[in-house]
Ligand binder design. Structure first.
Ligand code: NDP
Length: 298
């Protein structure tokens, strides 16, 4: 592949996320000096899922770098649901903790829905609690899931006002597709949500000015499904064979064929991924401000 990193069509999520983290760190500093508030994020990991270990380590490191308190709770894979729920209750009560994130997937004896339902919605920085999903749907002030929030920030940074744009969200999961669609509706886009039962996916994609792909299938969206000049946000993180006995990451969009057609496109890695953690920090800071009844510092 040619070096495309400097091409203006590339939507550089890595750089945008670095800027956002720096802004958050400055705001956290202001919260501390003006109000004595030090936001805190608790991350809970049950079991030894290798990717989850990396995610949790990165989240904790970024939290500390932003000047916030990081509380890590590592539980054995055999932890019972009752014990995990007891920890969540304890974190709900802990005034030092503004955000609680329970890393998914959980061991099979634990129901993710029960865990999510137990998190105090005001501390639900992942935005997965039904209270927050409901608030997003009715246009209220809740916690917005980090990955779609990061996608929206990249889209607004690139396109400005999104009103009237035709958006296609590929995927309808509770953590990406559905909240992404809600956010785009809120921005006055005309939104279509496609999924595995969609009839003519290629035709649906070709109509879109904005295409957000969150399917979990490597390189599923080829360049000829993309409307020329469209803005493409690739949420997919798929591990594929790199051909040399190693693996590498690939998105849900076939970057090679999509890049020449798209007006703007996020690479994988370096697109949406870094935005997810930055938005987690954003949500934690927001939760701390709301808890203490103070404005987010400018
Ligand atoms: P899910 O598996 O929960 O959802 C996938 C969605 O894609 C479903 O709605 C499914 O449809 C749809 N789908 C699957 N196959 C097809 C197909 N052949 N044609 C059309 N639609 C299809 O995945 P997630 O939403 O959790 O994640 C999606 C991707 O985003 C993954 O690669 C994941 O790793 C990545 N991800 C990245 C994050 C980041 O930080 N960048 C964060 C979260 C996820 P149906 O509902 O009909 O089954």
């Amino acid at each position: 592949m040619n070096d495309t990193t400097a091409d203006p069509r590339i939507i550089d999520g890595k750089a945008f996320a670095a800027g956002l983290r720096a802004e958050i760190a400055a705001r956290v500093e202001a919260l501390k000096s003006r109000h004595g508030i030090e936001p805190g994020l608790a991350v809970v990991l049950a079991g030894e899922h290798p990717a989850s270990q990396v995610y949790v380590r990165n989240k904790a490191r970024r939290t500390r770098e932003a000047g916030m308190q990081s509380f890590e709770h590592r539980l054995p894979a055999a932890v019972t649901q009752d014990d995990l729920l007891a920890l969540v209750h304890q974190l709900n009560r802990d005034p030092r903790v503004n955000g609680i994130l329970v890393q998914l997937p959980l061991p099979e004896q634990i129901g993710a829905d029960a865990v999510i339902a137990t998190i105090d919605p005001a501390k639900d920085v992942d935005g997965f609690h039904t209270t927050n999903a409901g608030l997003l749907a009715v246009g209220g002030e809740g916690m917005v899931p980090c990955t779609p929030l990061g996608c929206l920030m990249l889209l607004k940074d690139r396109l400005g006002d999104l009103a009237g744009a035709r958006a296609l969200v590929l995927g309808r999961s509770n953590i990406v597709g559905k909240p992404m669609a809600q956010l785009l509706i809120r921005e006055s886009c005309t939104v279509t949500v496609a999924h595995s039962r969609t009839r003519d996916l290629a035709a649906e994609c070709r109509r879109a000015d904005i295409l957000v792909a969150a399917v979990g299938r490597p390189r599923m969206v080829p360049g000829d499904w993309i409307r020329p000049g469209a803005t493409v946000i690739d949420v997919g993180i798929n591990r594929v064979d790199a051909g040399n006995g190693k693996t590498k990451l690939a998105g849900d969009v076939d970057f090679e064929s999509a890049f020449p057609v798209a007006g703007g496109i996020t690479p994988v890695p370096g697109g949406v991924g870094p935005m997810t953690i930055a938005c987690l920090l954003h949500n934690t800071m927001l939760a701390a401000c709301r808890r203490h009844g103070v404005e987010v510092p400018e």
